[in-house]
Design a protein around this ligand. Structure first.
Ligand SMILES: C[S@@+](CC[C@H](N)C(=O)[O-])C[C@H]1O[C@@H](n2cnc3c(N)ncnc32)[C@H](O)[C@@H]1O
Ligand code: SF4
Length: 393
């Protein structure tokens, strides 16, 4: 029995596959809403960074060895500020150690300015096959409020350029913004859907502590944010309009044409394994029957200096099976396809409690089939509650 459980544990990550996340921690300016690990720095020595990324790739390869890489994701920060040579150097090193799937998805997050658009061909030549652009809004006044460095026109131009160079292009919009009415959002979203897009990430504006917006909000100077009812209406309209345009949600905030779902994010949501490389990057690695959570040093200089001493991770912690189960539910219930009940059982040692499922079903929040639990639209709107109930001991 013990060895059967070990095999299950050892192989569980294969349900999601293996991805590599590379974090580039620099931006041209700090947006007032953003709490990602991003820094504005005048001078970045790319040689030092390439050397450090190579060292970390080799170190993590030695731990994981014979795996096939399903996806690589350059996130940030603003990875489109990297030189194509740096991106190419990192990808060559990854290829020199791991085997990549033939259809390995290689995404780079890009800010949609004209300067970055000029680099798209070189990024493609370096091996990138998908870009994800932070357009955020198609309204110039709101782009200013969001502290963005580009206009809507510049962003759409960058998108058009990307479209001619990459087969796969996604963009992000932030909605539920200050003073945004339902009809304004509807027409902005329709404009986005009318573009030649196959993947959209649509995030509701979140006010994060420690950001400029967070500070303004705390002293009552961030006005016009939607109340809960308006935010729920905006979410519902988003789902309706995207479905009508054949871009259904495959995850709470992510929409795609069938077959264009982001493979990298699916590694996270299906609870696969991923190497997190770079300042503050998180990883999950299954090594000899145990899953470990890893986290890089947050500050870029500190990360560089720790890598030069042998390891850029400030944490590598063995996870209990229960913790893994919690994460599996937390991530998996975000997906429209929900979670597999057998996997739930392998983490918790029992099936989801019939009483809880019955209650959530009666409330119209989840559906149970012979092998999966999925959320309804209402369930996705009340996801935190659904997850709390499913994890109740
Ligand atoms: C790491 S950032 C994007 C990369 C790139 N630097 C950019 O800004 O275009 C990933 C995405 O998270 C979203 N995001 C960041 N902070 C957010 C917040 N507070 N509320 C909602 N969405 C947010 C934005 O849509 C952003 O494009
Ligand atoms: S939203 Fe993007 S560009 Fe703005 S600070 Fe965050 S990571 Fe940098």
């Amino acid at each position: 029995m013990r060895s059967f459980l070990n095999t299950l544990q050892n192989e569980d990550w294969k349900n999601g596959g293996f991805g590599i996340y590379i974090h580039w921690p620099f931006c041209a300016a700090k947006c007032p809403y953003c709490d990602f690990n991003s820094h504005v720095s005048r001078h970045v020595d790319e040689k030092l960074w390439l050397d450090a990324y190579r060292k970390e790739i080799s170190r993590i390869y030695r731990l994981t060895e014979n795996r096939r890489v399903k996806s690589i994701f350059f996130g940030g920060g603003t990875p489109s500020l990297m030189s194509p040579d740096l991106v190419s150097g990192i990808l060559s090193h990854i290829r020199s150690v791991w085997l990549l799937n033939n259809d390995c998805e290689i995404t780079l997050e890009a800010n949609p300015t004209s300067v970055e658009a000029q680099k798209f061909i070189s990024f493609r030549d370096a091996g990138v096959n998908r870009v994800s652009m932070g357009i955020q809004s198609l309204n110039d006044q709101d782009l200013k409020r969001l502290g963005r460095q580009h206009s809507a026109k510049e962003a759409l131009n960058a998108f058009t350029i990307a479209r001619t160079i990459f087969d796969r292009v996604s963009f992000d919009l932030i909605y539920a913004r200050q003073n945004q009415s339902i009809s304004e959002w509807r027409s902005e979203l329709q404009q986005a859907l009318n573009s030649d897009i196959d993947h959209l990430s649509l995030y509701q504006l979140t006010i994060e502590d420690g950001t400029a917006f967070g500070d303004r909000y705390a002293i009552g100077r961030l006005k016009g944010l939607p109340d809960q009812d308006l935010a729920a209406d905006l979410f519902e309209i988003t789902q309706d309009l995207c479905e009508q345009n054949r871009m259904p949600a495959y995850e709470v905030s992510n929409h795609a044409r069938s077959g264009s779902e982001c493979q990298h994010n699916i590694v996270y949501w299906k609870y696969g394994d991923y190497a997190g490389i770079g300042p503050g990057a998180h990883g999950r690695l299954t090594l000899k029957n145990n899953r470990y959570s890893t986290e890089g040093y947050l500050q870029p200089d500190k990360w560089l200096s720790m890598v030069s001493k042998g390891c850029g991770d400030r944490l590598m912690e063995k996870m209990s099976l229960y913790n893994q189960g919690q994460e599996f539910v937390l991530m998996g219930m975000r997906l429209s396809e929900g979670i597999c009940t057998d996997r739930y059982k392998s983490f918790f040692g029992h099936s989801p409690k019939p009483k809880v499922i019955q209650k959530l079903t009666c409330e119209g929040l989840v559906k149970l089939t012979s092998s999966r639990i999925t959320t309804t639209l209402r369930g996705r709107m009340l996801l935190n509650y659904v997850i709390k109930e499913l994890l109740m001991r």
